[in-house]
Design a protein around this ligand. Structure first.
Ligand code: ADP
Ligand code: MG
Length: 725
């Protein structure tokens, strides 16, 4: 683009150097780690012993915190926070839309004699009352009490947020209505972890385990784009929609494959290490960083943790990425598809279950007994994904993810499981009635169910599967870069809970009837595998053949958000959520409605933005160029010549310009839609009319971009945004 913006971006990039990083590297990572967290170590040193133990019990067993304990904890927490410069505290929560919400209150309390003290009571720690009326509730509050309150989640430790010149004590909370209905994403996540624990323990008991609780573990890998901030600020679509709505494909895209794992540019490296430092301080265990496949695309991943804490930490990670980028003259794009024609961004949610003795339940064991247990849990997950495909698909549905799923670069909208050849081989043998031998050899004799020794690292690599077994965990790869990992975690937990319940019930029945556990397992697994093996697919998920084959297998192919969301409120899903006390029908419907509304609002904003950009950016540039070409043709003519190519250019330009205007008006007209107050009708209209109208308008806009001179093209181009760094 010819305007000042390009010049600004280029000089900012030229003038930038690592030494300009605003903050020098902090202390060593190991020292910094957790220094701003009210963690176990701080609790131990600052809390009286009985209080400390009461708090720990609450954390590990989900017990209620009583009033006097809460007061003592609050007081210690405040002392610690104030010593670190905190002036305010906030109950931090995860409403149904948006990422997180916070309202800050000061510790300051006037004493009446013109002075003030810092105060923070147990009541203020345990319960907050944000003005909840403007958070979406999917209609839940319209018939009930309008207020909601936030409640401290003691299983996720408070931390200090340093931003601007101020320090705030951040208390992770759940957000519920006065009637006890969940208004957030954390409450059902905690409930689903609890439910899964119950069912998993039933199975562990059969195997003679003494574990008391099972937690789900999660390690989310985050992809993102970084572009120069001047470019970002010059594009109304990036500012308001998070993605480019116009933009012609550059001559060089990602086809040279020279980006993945390539050298990280200095400025980006400085940004990454600053982000990592900030995250270390608040206890987020970030571990991995690298270039991703698309130009200017990167990834950051932490070490896995308890899924509830991991979900909070994931939010903090996204916020830190966005907040840190401007310090380096950059903008961080978390949208699923900021640029058409190059890869979009996902979030790989690595998921497993672990008992409170530290055993990973999806890790193949060292002996046949452990392996049998592993196979039971693994089979439960296979059954869960097959049975609850629709729910899992709906948990990752959004307008943004519609650009990725099935778009030949990301896992398809069809859910399937990649098991790898070795494990598939083992499951095939079990299905045939107990494994007799394995392709890869190993131990055989375990009594009734003859199992091969499982390889320690049974997961091969497959980049196209939406749900892959990777050796000791599953990786849900269809999750989108921009979303909270709350819903996918909840969906997985509910699905696996139901599956574990089923398997535990069958195994208990058989053993009660006098069968040996080995025999019961040997009978159950082949049956479950036979019924659910259609979900297993180890081939290329991007291929057209798979889509056809999946159709033959009867797998669901829910191509877009509008198709997928109703899966959240099917009879079976409602029954399962109710049975395990995760969400009642109203709470579930509320989430469906909010997700649908969010889809509608997102597409509406994008449509309006396209109309604005076409009318106020592209069309004026097109007219402008049209005039100068027309003048040139006339000038040639009056000089006695004939500009054949000039006339052709003028005709082509005129045709595209007229088409741009027509398509803009058509989109604008279609956006004027009432839908009779039905969100469903509205959503279908957006999907069937608006989205195609936007695609058509974009096609014309992008064709004009390739004709109009660089100096007068009003938007930063892909070539500039993705390659000038
Ligand atoms: P990659 O998938 O890039 O090969 P890894 O397999 O090492 O990388 O790990 C990816 C993510 O999976 C990391 O966040 C890691 O901590 C996480 N992970 C590893 N084990 C588990 C587990 N048992 N439960 C949940 N996440 C796990
Ligand atoms: Mg991975």
């Amino acid at each position: 683009m010819g305007s000042a913006v390009l010049g600004e971006a280029i000089s900012s990039i030229r003038d930038w150097s690592v030494t300009e990083a605003k903050e020098p590297r902090g202390p060593r990572a190991t020292e910094a780690f957790g220094s701003l967290v009210f963690n176990d170590e701080v609790q131990q040193t600052r809390l009286p012993k009985p209080i400390y133990h009461a708090l720990r019990r609450t954390m590990s067993h989900g017990q209620q915190l009583d009033g006097s304990v809460a007061d003592a904890v609050a007081s210690a927490m405040k002392e610690w926070a104030v010593e670190h410069g905190a002036t305010h505290y906030t109950h931090w929560f995860q409403p149904l839309t948006g990422i997180t919400a916070e309202k800050h209150d000061s510790f300051l309390s006037p004493t009446g004699d013109g002075r003030a003290v810092a105060e923070f009571s147990g009541k203020e720690l345990v319960r907050g009352e944000p003005d909840a009326s403007s958070f979406p509730s999917g209609g839940m509050r319209s018939t009930f009490e309008a207020r909601g309150y936030t409640a401290w989640d003691p299983t996720s430790p408070p931390w200090l947020l340093k931003s601007g010149n101020s320090t705030t004590l951040v208390i992770p909370t759940a957000f519920v209505s006065w009637t006890g209905e969940a208004l957030d994403k954390k409450t059902p996540l905690l409930r689903s972890m609890e439910a899964l624990s119950w069912q998993a323990i039933r199975i562990l008991r059969l195997f003679g385990s003494t574990a008391e609780r099972v937690i789900t573990t999660c390690g989310p890998e985050q992809e993102y784009f970084l572009i120069d901030r001047y470019f970002y600020l010059s594009r109304p679509d990036l500012i308001n929609a998070g993605r480019t709505l116009f933009g012609a494909k550059p001559p060089k895209g990602q086809e040279l494959e020279d980006q993945y794992f390539g050298a990280i540019p200095d400025r980006v490296m400085a940004f990454m290490s600053d982000v990592e430092n900030e995250l270390y301080k608040v206890g987020v265990p970030v571990k991995t960083r690298h270039n991703e496949v698309a130009p200017s695309q990167y990834e950051i991943a932490p070490v896995f943790e308890n899924a509830n804490v991991a979900t909070d930490h994931q939010m903090m990670m996204m916020e830190t990425l966005k907040r840190t980028a401007p310090k380096y003259g950059l903008a961080c794009l978390l949208h699923e598809k900021p640029f058409a024609g190059v890869n979009g961004s996902g979030k790989h949610v690595n998921w497993s279950m672990s008992d409170d003795e530290g055993n990973n339940l999806l890790g193949p064991g060292a002996n046949p007994h452990d392996n049998m247990q592993f196979l039971v849990f693994c089979t439960a997950v296979i059954r869960a994904v097959n049975k609850w495909q629709g729910l899992l698909r709906a948990s990752i549905a959004s307008a943004g993810n519609d650009h990725r799923l099935g778009a030949n670069e990301a896992p398809p909208a069809i859910l399937s499981i990649f098991l790898g050849d070795m494990l598939t081989d083992i499951f095939e043998q079990i299905e045939k009635g107990g494994a007799k031998s394995s392709k890869h050899g190993g131990e055989l004799d375990t009594g009734v169910l003859v199992l091969p020794k499982l390889p320690r690292d049974a997961g091969d690599r497959n980049r196209t599967s939406p749900f892959a077994f990777t050796g000791n965990k599953f990786e849900f790869r269809a999750v989108s870069s921009n979303q909270s990992i709350g819903y996918p975690n909840i969906a997985l937990n509910v699905a696996v809970t139901e599956s574990l319940d089923y398997m535990a019930t069958e195994l208990e029945k058989a053993t009660r009837a006098g069968k040996k556990l080995e025999a019961a397992v040997a009978e159950l697994l082949p049956k479950v595998i036979k019924e659910n093996k259609r979900i297993i697919f180890n081939g290329n998920n991007y291929s057209r053949e798979w889509e056809i084959e999946a159709g033959r297998r009867g797998l669901q192919n829910l191509k877009n958000t509008v198709d997928a969301l109703p899966q959240l409120v099917t009879k079976d899903v409602i029954a399962a959520f109710a049975k395990y006390k995760i969400l009642n029908a109203r709470e579930l419907h509320a989430r469906y409605e909010v997700m649908l509304e969010t889809y509608n609002k997102t597409v509406n904003v994008e449509g309006q933005l396209m109309v604005l950009m076409a009318n106020r950016y592209i069309l004026p540039a097109a007219f402008n160029y049209q005039t100068s070409v027309a003048q040139s043709v006339t000038a040639v003519k009056s000089a006695g010549g004939r500009s054949v190519e000039g006339k052709k250019t003028l005709d082509a330009l005129t045709k595209l310009t007229d088409e741009l205007k027509r398509r803009t008006d058509k989109l604008a007209g279609a956006l004027d839609h009432e839908g009779n107050g039905s969100a469903e009708k509205h959503a279908k209209h957006f999907r069937d009319t608006i989205v195609p109208a936007m695609a058509a308008l974009r096609e014309t806009g992008d064709a004009l971009e390739l004709m109009i001179p660089h100096e007068i093209w009003p938007l930063a181009t892909y070539r500039e945004m993705l390659f000038i760094k």
